[in-house]
Design a protein around this ligand. Sequence first.
Ligand code: NAD
Ligand code: MG
Length: 369
Amino acid sequence: TSQPTMSTQPSPTSHLLKVALGERSYPILIAPDALKQVAKYVQSNRVVIVTNSTVAPLYLARVTTSLETVGKKVEQIILPDGEAHKNMESLTFIFDALLKNKCDRRTTLLALGGGVIGDITGFAAASYMRGIPFVQIPTTLLSQVDSSVGGKTGINHPLGKNMIGAFYQPQAVIADTKSLATLPARELSAGLAEVIKYGAIIDTEFFTWLEQNCQKLRAHDEAALAYAIGRSCEIKAEVVRLDERESGLRAILNFGHTFAHAIESALGYGAWLHGEAVGCGMVMAADLSCRLGYISVSDKERIRALVAAAGLPVQAPDLGLATWLGWMQVDKKNEGGQIKFVLLKVMGRAVLESVPASVLEATLLACCT
Ligand code: NAD
Ligand code: MG
């Protein structure tokens, strides 16, 4: 377990972290008005900003101005909003624009938006001319604490989510805490699910801090947000440093996700937000861990209470045993047909294990409405 190191930071609302991956290392800036500092993190003179139709009217002008003020040439690509557009058509649209504008390898792609924009833009940057620089400017809580850090990029295929992609690290991640002001409350809660996850699997002190500060986070308290985002990024960066390409440890970041994927798949994507399904999935994984004699009943209840306090569902939909098992059997973590779960041995320590069918059934029975 790594200890929080952010107490040495200059201000309670700003943090500057580093993802340590040798020559692929990069900074993460978390600050109010970080959008105004973007130019410091872009090396090339030419920049193409990729964003969507929701984020463009809110923040595109601010980012463009901060780059043009220092003399950079800026172009803009605005995609339609939504997970449905995280596809080959959007990717082709980006490539067409880059080629028509004769963008060369000294062009930086800048992803301005949530995880959808970050994933598409990162993959475009990984593959255009075999790789050009890119910078992440995540504007949702989920993308600030999760998707912008770690280098997973990609798009969906009609036959599967995130099936086409690459590991490709950004040159910097710039998270503006003020940009979350316009985020719908439901999306903020969804991001909190991944924040709670880091506390549960790695850092019990952080978990306790979240119990005490959850309402501040939901009320957009700047120092609280900066701390939660910073600590989340630190934890993710450390896990990624130890296991960049998910050959082992990185799988613990999937705490709650086995149940979540079944909920999302069975209800149809979009019915529940990913973070909502993860919140509920963590309650289920905690129940399972408790039944196996790992965490205590009171720890299980702490997880349930924090998920509820974050504004997330704690009661799973009643999909029926066969549907649950069917969807959980198609998870990437499985080996040889065995469903693998991220379980809590104790609070703050996660393991990947398969479980006896009878115990899993008891959890499904207990957690579904
Ligand atoms: P999203 O990108 O769809 O954003 C959610 C909504 O918020 C969208 O409508 C968006 O336009 C809007 N929005 C964004 N910023 C806003 C702002 N500041 N104010 C108002 N509205 C704003 O969803 P997300 O939750 O950010 O990301 C989900 C995506 O991330 C999924 O495609 C998922 O697969 C991917 N993901 C990737 C990784 C990874 O490691 N690469 C990890 C987790 C999730
Ligand atoms: Mg997730």
